[in-house]
Design a protein around this ligand. Structure first.
Ligand code: ZN
Length: 331
């Protein structure tokens, strides 16, 4: 019910509620922080607090129920459409021919049911330049009954002009213990696996859910085997890259995993202490004896570079394969 549904982020929730309580709500928020930690969830649950018939985000009234079903007329949620590379101008300005109503048209109408309208733009960095400029006009002179939530994991990609119009709230990664409890209690994952997931998910519920898929979890192991050259894997770099890049959202999680893998190899080399590593479940694969530290350093650079170019590049398969060919340990 409302904020009780959101794991962690106590300070952020407290701040939002105090805006609401003192009726001093900024007209636009920027929720910034890594993927998968509950920024959108916080915005949607806060929308309940704003639109709830009892003003509490009760979860039971008509307004709260309609938010849960995604049918509340005063809650707009925008994001990149499936298969699209960006959030285009039509969604902001509207397009009569295509019968699309845009945010900029909507905001001048009075809310249908409540006193406020909530507009959530999930993945605001995906706005095209055109769309961002059109939105900026509205953010500069917003009709008073609207509250915007721009959600992003890469705020530096948003135009400064947009950022400066928003009250920024920064979300930090969840603590490992919060994640473990969530996986065990809410997702009913067994204790040992919940512990493993919480350790390899970089504070992100989204990443934990991703690794909870058996196929992804297995692929992670294959990837580790391939990169370390520890076991001659039955699967080669080309095939593995193809499988990994099939799911676009998953690619960045695999890249983060590769970074953590090299961090672990480094830690094992320097301290010989496996209690300090993140990927404890595949410890045997990462124990390589003495390794050339230049290999670790070069590989980390390559992975970081790949993370940067991956966003703008269509051929993710090729880029990922190219990365693997460079960082694979040859023994
Ligand atoms: Zn309610």
């Amino acid at each position: 019910m409302g904020f009780e549904e959101v794991i962690g982020h106590e300070k952020q929730k407290g701040l939002l509620l105090s805006f609401l309580k003192h009726e001093r709500m900024p007209h636009a928020f920027l929720f910034s922080g890594q993927d998968g930690i509950g920024k959108k969830k916080t915005a949607v649950e806060f929308a309940k607090h704003i639109l709830c018939e009892h003003g509490t985000g009760c979860g039971a009234c008509r307004a709260c129920a309609r938010i849960d079903r995604g049918t509340h007329p005063d809650l707009m949620i925008l994001s990149k459409q499936e298969g699209e590379a960006s959030i285009g101008i039509d969604l902001i300005r509207g397009n009569e021919e295509k019968k699309v109503r845009g945010v900029n048209q909507e905001v001048y109408e009075y809310p249908y049911e409540g006193k406020k309208r909530v507009i959530i733009i999930d993945g605001a960095e995906d706005l095209t330049r055109e769309a961002a400029n059109a939105l900026l006009k509205t953010l500069e002179e917003p009709p008073p009954f609207n509250v915007f939530f721009l959600i992003t994991a890469s705020e530096e990609e948003l135009p400064h002009t947009i950022r400066s119009r928003c009250s920024r709230i920064f979300f930090t990664a969840l603590r490992q213990e919060q994640l473990r409890r969530y996986f065990a209690d809410v997702l009913s994952i067994d204790g040992h696996h919940a512990e493993t997931l919480s350790s390899i998910s970089f504070g992100s519920i989204g990443a934990g859910v991703f690794w909870n898929e058996k196929e992804n979890f297995e692929m992670r192991k294959r990837l580790a085997e391939l990169v370390t050259g520890k076991h001659k894997s039955f699967i080669n770099a080309t095939l593995l890259s193809q499988r990994i890049t099939k799911n676009i959202d998953g690619v960045s999680i695999y890249l983060s995993f590769l970074l953590s893998l090299f961090r672990d190899i480094f830690v094992l080399n320097i301290y010989q202490d496996s209690s300090m590593i993140m990927n404890r479940d595949i410890r045997e694969i990462l124990e390589l004896g003495r390794v050339d530290l230049r290999w670790i350093e070069e590989s980390v650079k390559r992975i970081q570079e790949t993370i940067r170019i991956m966003r703008y590049n269509v051929n993710k398969w090729l880029i990922f394969e190219n990365l693997l060919l460079h960082i694979m340990r040859h023994v």
